[in-house]
Design a protein around this ligand. Structure first.
Ligand SMILES: NC(=O)c1ccc[n+]([C@@H]2O[C@H](COP(=O)([O-])OP(=O)(O)OC[C@H]3O[C@@H](n4cnc5c(N)ncnc54)[C@H](OP(=O)(O)O)[C@@H]3O)[C@@H](O)[C@H]2O)c1
Length: 257
């Protein structure tokens, strides 16, 4: 993050990479005005670690209910965030929540594909559209030209499993057809948004976090959440208009589409 004080929203913030992002961002409190840590069940047992963290930083972290599958909950979250950010708007929105089924083409059901699409594509699409007024407000309020994640930006957390070029290297290891299709769609959604909102200086980019030891990544993954998030936050902090519409990994290396 740049020196300017920013407001940030993260989906799926109760565990895995989302929770680690909250932890690391809040360790630099002077750069954060407000951090909206969203999850689908803030009062449930899966949000206990997040709630404990939020209690330590009550002026910065707000735990807000947001279910990516539920447009009503997204709209309610937008209202709650609006009350707290005011005319300064929302500077950085991180679409991190996602689900993964591992089925191949013969195993996959239409229900599984639909559910994955709802969470991994429709969710980010609805969230981007609903939060656009707050992102626009942040872009206008900044008063500086160009793009950055401390001005107005959306980072969609995707995966190399959504890359057409990487499929030969990874398909035997994990088919995950619905996940791959959803992440490829998320990538295109990001590219479309980057084009459409370029003139308004709102940055859109896709990040691959690496293969990370979380519930989704599994215990045999390459790196831990701390390393992945350290890298992603550095990459986000260095982004300018040149990275709008880009697909980068957690080290800042371009990923082929
Ligand atoms: N870990 C990896 O190796 C890896 C690799 C490439 C990309 N990624 C991407 O990184 C991101 C984070 O993954 P992760 O490894 O941290 O996964 P994770 O540990 O399984 O966490 C997933 C998060 O998404 C939330 N979520 C799922 N469905 C949701 C919904 N409908 N509404 C709101 N929240 C929902 C979960 O909340 P609940 O607790 O309520 O289920 C949880 O907070 C994902 O976009 C994933 O595709 C991960």
């Amino acid at each position: 993050m740049a020196a300017q004080s920013v407001s940030v929203l993260i989906t799926g913030a109760n565990r895995g990479l989302g929770l680690e992002m909250v932890k690391q961002m809040v360790e630099a409190p002077r750069q954060l005005r407000k951090l909206f840590a969203c999850c689908r069940d803030p009062e449930g047992p899966r949000a206990e670690a997040l709630q404990t963290l939020a209690k330590k930083h009550p002026n910065i972290i707000s735990v807000v209910r947001l279910d990516a599958d539920d447009l009503c909950s997204i709209k309610q979250c937008v209202q709650q965030v609006g009350l707290l950010v005011g005319t300064g708007g929302l500077n950085l929105l991180i679409n991190n929540a996602a689900i993964l089924f591992r089925s191949n083409l013969l195993e996959i059901s239409p229900e599984e594909m639909q559910k994955t699409f709802n969470t991994n594509v429709m969710g980010p699409m609805n969230i981007i559209k609903e939060f656009l007024p707050h992102l626009r407000a942040a872009a206008k309020a900044s008063g500086t030209p160009g793009m950055s994640t401390s001005k107005s930006a959306v980072i969609n957390i995707s995966s190399t499993l959504g890359s057409m070029q990487y499929i030969h290297q990874s398909y035997d290891f994990i088919p995950g057809v619905s996940y791959r299709v959803s992440k490829a769609a998320l990538n295109m959604l990001t590219a479309c948004a980057a084009e459409e909102l370029r003139k308004e200086e709102i940055l859109f980019s896709v990040l691959h976090p690496g293969w990370v030891r979380t519930e989704l990544g599994g215990e045999n993954a390459d790196i831990d959440a701390q390393e992945s998030v350290l890298g992603m936050l550095d990459v986000m902090a260095s982004m300018t208009e040149k990275q709008s519409g880009a697909f980068l990994d957690y080290k800042g290396k371009p990923v082929p589409w």
